[in-house]
Ligand binder design. Sequence first.
Ligand SMILES: [Zn+2]
Length: 437
Amino acid sequence: MPEFQQTLGKVAGFTGTALHTGEKVTLKLHPAPVDHGIKFRRKDLQDEPTIDAKIENLKTVERATTIGEGSVRVHTVEHVLAALWAMGVDNAIVEMDTNEPPIGDGSAQPYVDLIKKAGVTAQEEPRKFFDVRDTIHVESKTGALLVLLPDNQFRISCTQAGPNNKFTQFFSMEVTPAAFEREIAPARTFVYYEDVEPLMDKNLIKGGSLENAIVVRGEAVLSKEPMRFPDEFVRHKILDIIGDLALVRRRIRGHVVAVKPGHAANAELARSIAREQTRRSTLAVSRAIPIGDSGLDTGEVMKILPHRYPFLMVDRVIGFEGENKITAIKSITINEPFFQGHFPGHPVMPGVMQVEAMAQVASILLFKLTKTSSRVGYFMSADEVKFRKPVFPGDTIFIHAELTRARGNRMAKTKCYCVVNDAVVSEAELMFTFLDK
Ligand SMILES: [Zn+2]
């Protein structure tokens, strides 16, 4: 059962004070169509420009998260983003009449209330996910550490420590709308007195007061109302992580383990995820198979490769991209002879056959490059071989090979992937040498 994208049921808004300018600001949440993502709209500027809430638009991470496009900026976006994302809103417009949302009480509570007022409704397109496959980790000079591990859900486990490890707190949760509303949304911003004093002197936080932040001065905790949780600080850190990772624009299935996180480290993790996603997207090809001159049919493949059934692991070459890239397909049926013994009653394609398929596709690419039949390529080595997912009868494998290094007409190195349903099932670096026939 796929999870569907969601937006708001109707427009809802409220008015409050902007943290940095101290001005009055009205924020309105609007529904938006599928695949729109979350965008901020500056209603106070000419033509009402919008800014995509995506990591590529991140501008600064000093104390709060600022995004921008061209000369247009919006500051302190993380709390409203966290609330939208955690409450399950994928598509929305956040409209404001200044450059910053209202600070409210320094938590995400006012935004959760607003989202509940607007309502959340399902849309017709499935959600897009980022599934963590390999551990991603980022570290900063300030001691922040973030590790993203594979998981079936979106989880965050966070350790927060103040100066001299005072106020060390730990909290771990699966991020669901109910858990966010109950455990995280009420947690307020906290600041250290030494950090805010110079800002107050420079008049940079005009809207700041004990009504919208907890101030820590030495051992003392100053706030207008008592602590909402004994571990309110670490909960707010989790709130900020959710808001910053929303810039990835995909639902993360993974476990974030964070130690002393901050906006800079959170943004670095979001960037790493986006990079990995881009790498994967370049591998995912359209499953529509073109017919025409760009590829090679089975007969043409067999003119190049000496392999024959059942050892021919290429049905068709879909196409070449430039000189260095090739994509081919192989449909796997239950009639493949290897299924009889691998394994009776539980047929999975042997990994070595996938490596063989990659080697055959890479050979076709190299044949095209050398354009000679007097030399023949020999498979020399396979490195970095990884089998990530099983391949079953009925799967169609898209086999990608890219030439990564070539030394004259002697040696060539290729990076190869087998992809089924847009997921990499295996990969390898294959090396070939050329000898005269
Ligand atoms: Zn915050």
